[in-house]
Design a protein around this ligand. Sequence first.
Ligand code: GAR
Length: 198
Amino acid sequence: MKRVAILISGGGSNMVKLVESMTGDHPARAVIVGSNDPHAGGLAKAAAMGVPTFAVDHRAYKGDRAAFEAALIEPILAAQPDILCLAGFMRILTPDFVQRFEGRMLNIHPSLLPKYPGLHTHQRAIEAGDAEAGASVHLVTPELDAGPILGQAVVPVLPDDTPDQLAARVLVQEHRLYPEVLRRFALGDQTPVSLTAA
Ligand code: GAR
């Protein structure tokens, strides 16, 4: 049974889907959920599902990234995870941190990578006139949003879409994609998953 730690920064809807998926004969279990924001809405949701939680407030470290990450990694290592999932975790991690989990840290990003790494992905897809948008799950490497892709879900961009409308359409697919990629990854299968909106 693989042990999975999850990091969030906000509402944690992807985290909820991941935790919910890890039951029965699933090859993994959620062992801890952490956040850089003590007020992240997802923390209470994780606790309600019986998963231990912690928060390390990045604002208390005033730009000292090394000290922040030293505090962040402590409860993660204590939980002895095999896999670390970033699920809406909005802090950039240093290469030092990333290397501690090399080959076993996953992230979900709301674009069809390699398009639109970074922020404002939906607005950028709309402004570019793209016909399709989506989400990607990838292995985390030191370069932002650039690691090997483990799965993608594609949705149409509709005429007159706002970034929020497109984000909501993509999020529905994120909730299908991330659990499917994690299940396969926990079984040792890194063949890219490809989903299209039903
Ligand atoms: C998701 O759309 C995720 O893809 C995105 O943040 C949202 C978190 O929602 N992640 C990033 O932008 C990472 N750079 P959630 O908290 O409801 O899962």
